[in-house]
Design a protein around this ligand. Structure first.
Ligand SMILES: Nc1ncnc2c1ncn2[C@@H]1O[C@H](COP(=O)(O)OP(=O)(O)O)[C@@H](O)[C@H]1O
Ligand SMILES: [Mg+2]
Length: 436
């Protein structure tokens, strides 16, 4: 930080006039954040005056995008901060709330500057939406001024602006797929969605197969990768874009596979941090990363799932799937209050002779409608799997391919290009897809 960190006395400033039209952007609720890079491992201390401000910052701190940062929220505003840093070193970022104005405010900021170490950034949370006040604060070396009431997403956005290089290339959106139990079709759906995004949206996609011993991404795309993600995970610090390029298998112009070795003679120790750093590198390379998770529950799967931008849970209409889907949904809802809810795909519906939980009852029990309901279609899925083809290649105009394009659109918030003239949604389609 500039002036504040240099411990220069802050000049006396008159109380700024109230503006006629509020022009500052309050730290209010952006609908959802565009894909935001995780904030680095910084320490943040907040000193609030109002409990509401404290809880908004606390909630921001619990967000996956601030998972690496350490946050502590205190009450007492600027005086409490000044008091604390008489004795101790200042963290990377201090957030202070104030309802003071004019001389009193700048006096308090001056006192804070006295105890601030070089390199510490300061965000002031005020209650006046006033541009001249904002400018004066910036002039004094304050790094950001936010207007209360705060929304957690506004806080995350402000912190990201301070710590993430605006010139750094954007990172890709991650979409994690997990099955409510084994064999639900989660991987098949993940691969088909990756395919639909790459073909229908002209977006580069990397499918990352994290089922190291048994992953099927290579088979599903008729590829036989020699090496792949296991090499990256054993030495994540060595992974850069050059090595990544060597380890990827290109399936089409826009689709690459980070394939699993699918061998049993190697032991794979999955470590949450290695997965995170490998995925960080992968998402630097493409706008969309499909993460195919196996049906296992371990610290690494939980971490990858909760860190994803979007989540798809694939379930079949039976009791075990229902219970597990509900548990995963509840966990993601609770851990990701600022994110879109996870999507449910109810798959293999209508298997002959199998007693099933009706789609409506399933939705009621898990507390949300399935985004997509796919019928049991062993002929189509079996042929696709055995040929190493995608459903859209086999039956581009079929309901299942249309369902996949629908889910791809839901996940990306964008239109897909249908392979032929736009298929109108038939009555059958209302069975296939429901909006969550
Ligand atoms: N809707 C469906 N109808 C019939 N078979 C399906 C359907 N969806 C997936 N399958 C088949 O189910 C099997 C398991 O799929 P997979 O994607 O490997 O499941 P998971 O990743 O959840 O373990 C595969 O053989 C796949 O072809
Ligand atoms: Mg799988």
């Amino acid at each position: 930080m500039s002036n504040l960190a240099r411990k220069e006395p802050i000049a006396e400033v008159e109380a700024p006039p109230m503006p006629e039209v509020p022009v500052l952007k309050p730290a209010a609720a952006p609908e959802t954040l565009a894909v935001v890079k995780p904030v680095p491992r910084i320490t943040i201390h907040a000193f609030c005056e109002l409990p509401g401000t404290g809880s908004a910052i606390q909630r921001a701190g619990e967000d996956r995008r601030l998972a690496k940062a350490h946050l502590a929220v205190h009450m007492g505003g600027i005086p409490a901060a000044v008091d604390q840093y008489q004795q101790s070193a200042t963290p990377n970022l201090i957030m202070v709330e104030t309802r003071s104005m004019g001389e009193e405010l700048f006096g308090q900021l001056g006192a804070l500057a006295e105890v601030c170490d070089a390199g510490t950034k300061v965000v002031v949370i005020g209650h006046m939406n006033d541009v001249s006040l904002y400018r004066e604060m910036m002039r004094q070396g304050v790094n950001e001024y936010l207007v209360a009431p705060l929304h957690p997403l506004g806080v995350i956005e402000a912190i990201s602006r301070l710590y993430i290089d605006p010139d750094a290339p954007p990172i890709g959106r991650t979409i994690a797929f997990i099955g409510a139990k084994g064999g639900t079709g989660s991987s098949t759906i993940a691969h088909n969605i990756g395919w639909c995004i790459s073909t229908g949206m002209d977006e580069d996609v990397i499918i990352t197969d994290l089922d190291l011993p048994f992953g099927t991404a290579g088979l599903d795309f008729n590829q036989d990768p020699a090496q792949g993600i296991a090499d990256a995970l054993t030495a994540p610090e060595r992974l850069d874009d050059v090595l990544l390029d060597r380890l990827l298998v290109k399936c089409s112009e826009r689709l690459s596979l980070f394939a699993a070795p699918a061998v049993l003679d190697r032991d794979f120790e999955m470590d949450p941090e290695s997965c995170e750093s490998v995925l960080d590198v992968v998402r630097e390379g493409v706008p969309c990363v499909v993460v195919d998770l196996p049906h296992v529950w371990a610290p690494w799967t939980k971490k990858v799932l909760l860190a994803a931008d979007e989540i798809v849970i694939t379930a079949t209409p039976d009791l075990a799937s229902l219970r597990n889907a509900k548990n995963i949904l509840d966990l993601t809802r609770q851990a990701r209050p600022n994110d879109n809810a996870a999507h449910i795909v109810l798959n293999q519906v209508g298997m002959p002779k199998r007693p099933e939980i009706p789609v409506k009852d399933f939705a009621e029990a898990v507390g949300t409608d399935a985004t997509l309901v796919l019928p049991f279609n062993p002929g189509l899925f079996g042929t696709a799997a055995n040929n190493g083809q995608m459903i859209e290649e086999l039956e581009p105009k079929g309901k299942t391919a249309e369902g996949f394009r629908f889910l791809a659109r839901e996940l990306c918030g964008r239109e897909t290009r249908a392979p032929k003239a736009k298929a109108a949604r038939s009555s059958m389609f209302s069975f296939l897809s429901r909006k969550g």
